[in-house]
Design a protein around this ligand. Structure first.
Ligand SMILES: C[S@@+](CC[C@H](N)C(=O)[O-])C[C@H]1O[C@@H](n2cnc3c(N)ncnc32)[C@H](O)[C@@H]1O
Length: 252
């Protein structure tokens, strides 16, 4: 949090970040049309709001989810974070592991990739983020795959393609974790698209955690009127190869 504050509050006032946070929240909830054009991360204010507010919330949420899901605290290979943003969600999961895995972040946005690489360094986690299109590119090699708050930014066609690639990875014994907001309007396709994961032995959960927020996150939450006293999300989890053979070609 200290590194984030130094970086993002150097040239912006708190009230500017608060205003940008309101605009960013409205992009995620009401004006979702702009998401595919990168509206969420356009401009320094929204980037700061994303890094200072949503990043830490996603870090805390993934840490909490990883502690609850059987098998999630053990990742024997690289953790691929698809649509990694500032790297927070993958770092949250990795930091909860008995032996934190190396991270491999992928995002289409160059700013996000730079932030993710700084997050990994600041948090003392091994790994690297790179630019890529998760809706089109083949999946990088890894042992575990995370898509946190990213599927809902893809077109229907791109999302179905990624879901199919993740199912292939799961069938080879890799761990797969997909996280989306609880709000059904954001991911109306959730139940329909993700039934195959349940058929393949996955589990679906809804999460609500009460965790202390870092002071700056709590202050932004109050100032922007967002009320995140409870952090929440829905997930699909496939624990990987306890009964199936892991694909050696996919491990690194
Ligand atoms: C809401 S953010 C979530 C970031 C991160 N996973 C987290 O939980 O904090 C969604 C991210 O997905 C990225 N994204 C959207 N479409 C993408 C695509 N086709 N390929 C790669 N990244 C994409 C965006 O740039 C953004 O960083």
């Amino acid at each position: 949090m200290a590194a984030l504050e130094d970086r993002h509050l150097a040239d912006l006032q708190f009230r500017e970040v608060t205003r940008a946070l309101r605009a960013l929240s409205s992009t995620y909830v009401e004006r979702r049309g702009g998401l595919r054009d990168g509206a969420a991360l356009s401009g320094n204010g929204k980037r700061a709001a994303f890094a200072l507010f949503y990043g830490p919330l996603h870090f805390l949420l993934l840490r909490a989810i990883a502690a609850e899901l059987p098998g999630a605290s053990s990742v024997a290979g690289a953790l691929v974070d698809l649509g990694c943003g500032t790297g927070a969600a993958g770092a949250g999961w990795a930091s909860r592991c008995e032996r934190p895995p190396a991270l491999h972040g992928v995002d289409r946005h160059p700013w996000a990739v730079g932030e993710a690489n700084r997050s990994y360094r600041d948090l003392g986690l091994a790994g690297r983020a790179v630019i890529g299109d998760i809706g089109r590119d083949p999946l990088p090699k890894g042992r575990a795959y995370l898509a946190a708050f990213a599927l809902n930014e893809l077109t229907d066609e791109a999302r179905r393609g990624l879901v199919a690639r993740l199912l292939d990875r799961a069938a080879c014994g890799n761990q797969v974790l997909i996280v989306e907001p609880l709000a059904k309007g954001v991911s109306p396709w959730w139940e329909r698209d993700l039934i195959p994961f349940l058929d393949a032995g996955g589990r679906a959960d809804e999460w609500r955690f009460t965790v202390p927020l870092p002071p700056l996150v709590a202050k932004l939450d109050r100032a922007a009127g967002l009320r995140h006293q409870v952090i929440s999300g829905r997930s699909i989890w496939i624990a990987g190869a306890s009964t199936r053979a892991a694909d050696p070609a996919a491990s690194s």
